[in-house]
Design a protein around this ligand. Structure first.
Ligand SMILES: Nc1nc2c(ncn2[C@@H]2O[C@H](COP(=O)(O)OP(=O)(O)O)[C@@H](O)[C@H]2O)c(=O)[nH]1
Ligand SMILES: [Mg+2]
Ligand SMILES: [Zn+2]
Length: 290
């Protein structure tokens, strides 16, 4: 039968839902390949052999523009990094997601959700990240989420990233015509999420596509050397030409322009402190590797 092309909109336990203009297909890995050997993630463009009854077999994963590991998704244009006052925002996690995005040429947008609850979070986020990413304050409880639509117009693919219960699914639902995902919170009894999103799924929203994703509280930096980390931080790069050494890592060197910008309050002291920790972590893991 015919070979067709489509986008993976859901992937659960070896069953891939692939969508294109003509419909949705339930696709499997070829018989000779076990599904976990087939590297297919949501967002992938695939070629599949159409079988009867809306089924198919994936025959090829087309080249990817990019891929994130957390959340695991491919061909992303914009990543909405969602933070909220509840659960408490984890800025280390946010730093790492931003770096992963910069490495993969994905535009990160920091979404400060739950603006209906009074908190200092927006000020803190602006202090930390204003020079690195757009920051949008929203509440999934009202129309403010519409501000996010412009980022995914013209068929762009946006994904959510963030801890569980920050409101990713709620924002998606508020932006969609219909309710697409079950939302939850933290169960008082078990301390675990109720209706936690367990797999990524792609939805047609506004003028583009949005991927709901599973929450995560750990994120690693990949394929990045300690002495490269600073190059992804635009505000560091801007002042770094005044450092005495062109190879300055902005940690221990004398006459460091980044350190003096931090002292003058031009670069967030908190983010700088985390940078030094993240730098040392990378350095430590390099020692163990070589
Ligand atoms: N007050 C308030 N609660 C919200 C908002 N967005 C989400 N929530 C609540 O936060 C909990 C977690 O939401 P959910 O969308 O499941 O979070 P997810 O795990 O990030 O997908 C639910 O109880 C939501 O009703 C918001 O903007 N304001
Ligand atoms: Mg969710
Ligand atoms: Zn320096």
């Amino acid at each position: 039968m015919a070979i067709k092309t489509g986008t993976v909109i859901k992937s659960v336990g070896g069953v891939f839902t692939v969508g294109n203009e003509t419909g949705k297909y339930v696709c499997f890995a070829p018989k000779k390949i076990r599904y976990f050997d087939l590297d297919v993630v949501v967002g992938d463009k695939v070629r599949f052999e159409e079988l009867k009854h809306g089924k198919g077999v994936v025959v090829e994963v087309l080249p990817r523009k990019n891929k994130l590991a957390r959340p695991e998704i491919a061909n992303v244009d914009v990543c909405f990094v969602v933070l909220a006052c509840e659960p408490q925002a984890d800025f280390y996690l946010c730093d790492k997601v931003l770096i992963n995005c910069f490495q993969e040429q994905i535009e990160p947008v920091i979404v400060v959700n739950k603006s209906d609850i009074a908190s200092q979070l927006l000020d803190e986020v602006e202090d930390n990240y204003r020079d690195l990413a757009d920051i949008v304050s929203v509440s999934a409880m009202n129309d403010s989420v519409k501000k996010l639509a412009t980022y995914i117009d013209n068929g762009k693919l946006g994904c959510f990233a963030g801890q569980s219960a920050v409101g990713k699914t709620s924002i998606l639902n508020a932006m969609s015509e219909e309710t697409v995902g079950a939302t939850g919170g933290i169960s008082q009894k078990s301390g675990r999420g109720v209706h936690t999103t367990r797999y990524s799924s792609l939805h047609k929203v506004a003028g583009g596509f949005l991927a709901d994703t599973c929450g995560f509280s750990l994120c690693e930096l990949h394929d990045i050397r300690s002495d490269e980390l600073r190059l992804y931080l635009d505000d560091f790069v801007t002042v770094a030409h005044d450092c005495r050494f062109s190879s300055c890592t902005h940690t221990v060197e004398p006459d460091c322009a980044v350190i003096s910008a931090v002292q003058k309050g031009k670069i967030s002291a908190n983010r700088y402190k985390r940078y030094v920790e993240e730098y040392n972590e990378l350095k430590e893991s390099e020692k163990n590797r070589y």
